[in-house]
Design a protein around this ligand. Structure first.
Ligand code: GDD
Ligand code: MG
Length: 367
């Protein structure tokens, strides 16, 4: 089976993390985000993957390569300019099989695609959308169904008065090649706003996955949530095996002087000084150093970052190569981009986003 994965979005809601690394290959726990998706697809019989790309596409290609490492054939198609979710599919048309999966490239999930495929065949559908329940459908595509699972209506980003179901499109579709004929060539076309409404009543079905794990990782809050869910084992991934029954992975050769509280991942070359506490719900990338008496909780600290003594990091994401001076507090959903330098005695909180390579002097910011 073939899969087409859309990875052309700019990932604006994940800036400044996606200012330097495209969303599909952003590190998530210990591997590029896309590795989880590829592992999941392979488990449902996918052998051939076509990436439809735009923004920072060379980086995606460099990280994922030809797919040998994942046991898959990976190919890449690059749009000359953003074509939208349907235009991107149209652009890949010459590589498409008669039937294929189409996926948004930013979902972490263990949905049973095999069961969805069985319904697709049984109904003779032209398209079958994976559906999941969410608390707030307003940021997604809302789907109303008939009793036989045919789609009655599709409403992208519904306003509050349009919300009468919690079922949304999970960004995983099974499509017959003929659907691609509905898309005008060489134009920006939205599959959600232009193609699904056209297909309603003409062979568009939904398949609900009520018990599945599903998360769109497209915002910093959800990126952190995905990290926690992986290291707590709420979603089954290869990382679950690595963490074992005590939910801690400390790389060989690392001997923390401070405490590591599970669930936590501490990668190669890290140092955790005396009196520091790392965890729970923390990932430290390769070569991160944590100063004496620092406290790191519910956070991701990427490769090579240096955290000074007595710092407090809670509910934050710190990108690669960041340097933070002593006693600085980074909390409340703050996101520090690659190579940021923060001096001593600062407080960064309330979802503040600091863009790559910015330098903040000692004692410059407080709330
Ligand atoms: N190649 C290409 N070109 N890819 C694109 C383009 C484009 O112009 N625009 C968006 N994409 C990719 C993004 O990279 C992402 O993987 C996917 O298409 C969906 O775009 P998002 O920007 O993440 O959309 P969303 O999250 O607001 O909404 C979509 O996903 C929801 C589920 O997470 C919609 O499909 C909703 O209906 C759905 O509920
Ligand atoms: Mg998304």
């Amino acid at each position: 089976m073939q899969a087409v994965i859309l990875v052309g979005g700019e990932g604006t809601r994940l800036r400044p993390l996606t200012s330097t690394v495209p969303k599909p290959v952003m590190p998530l726990v210990d591997r590029p985000f896309m590795a989880y998706m590829l592992e999941w697809l392979r488990g449902h019989g996918v052998e051939d993957v076509v990436f439809s790309m735009g923004y920072l596409s060379t980086a995606v290609r460099n990280v994922l390569g030809d797919g040998e490492a994942y046991g898959l054939r990976l190919r890449y198609v690059e749009e000359p300019e953003p074509r939208g979710t349907a235009g991107a599919l149209k652009f890949a048309e010459s590589l498409l099989d008669e039937r294929f999966f189409m996926l948004n490239g930013d979902v972490l999930t263990d949905m049973d695609l095999t069961a969805q495929l069985a319904q697709h065949e049984a109904t003779g559908a032209r398209g079958t959308l994976a559906l999941v329940p969410v608390d707030d459908p307003s940021q997604y595509g809302l789907v109303r169904l008939e009793d036989d699972n045919a789609v009655r209506e599709f409403v992208e980003k519904p306003s509050s008065d349009q919300i009468d179901t919690n079922l949304i499109s999970a960004g995983a579709y099974i499509l017959e090649r003929g659907v691609v004929d509905l898309i005008a060539p060489d134009q920006n076309v939205s599959i959600e706003r232009e193609i699904w409404p056209q297909l309603v009543g003409g062979g568009l079905y939904g398949f609900a996955h009520p018990g599945a794990y599903w998360l769109d990782i497209g915002t910093p809050e959800r990126y952190l949530q995905g990290t926690f869910d992986i290291i707590e084992g709420a979603v089954k991934t290869e990382v679950t095996e690595r963490l074992g029954s005590d939910y801690v992975a400390i790389a060989d050769g690392v001997t923390p002087e401070g405490r590591v509280v599970p669930p936590a991942v501490v990668e190669r070359g890290c140092s955790v000084a005396a009196g520091a506490q790392v965890g729970s719900l923390v990932v430290l990338g390769d070569g991160v150093s944590i100063g004496a008496d620092a406290r790191i909780e519910r956070s991701v600290v990427m490769q090579g970052a240096e955290i000074g003594e007595s710092c407090v990091l809670r509910d934050c994401v710190v990108a690669a190569g960041v340097k933070i001076g002593a006693r600085t507090q980074v909390t409340g959903g703050a996101v520090l981009g690659e190579g940021v330098t923060v001096g001593a005695d600062n407080i960064l909180t309330r979802g503040v986003r600091v863009f790559p390579h910015v330098e903040i002097p000692d004692g410059a910011i407080r709330f």
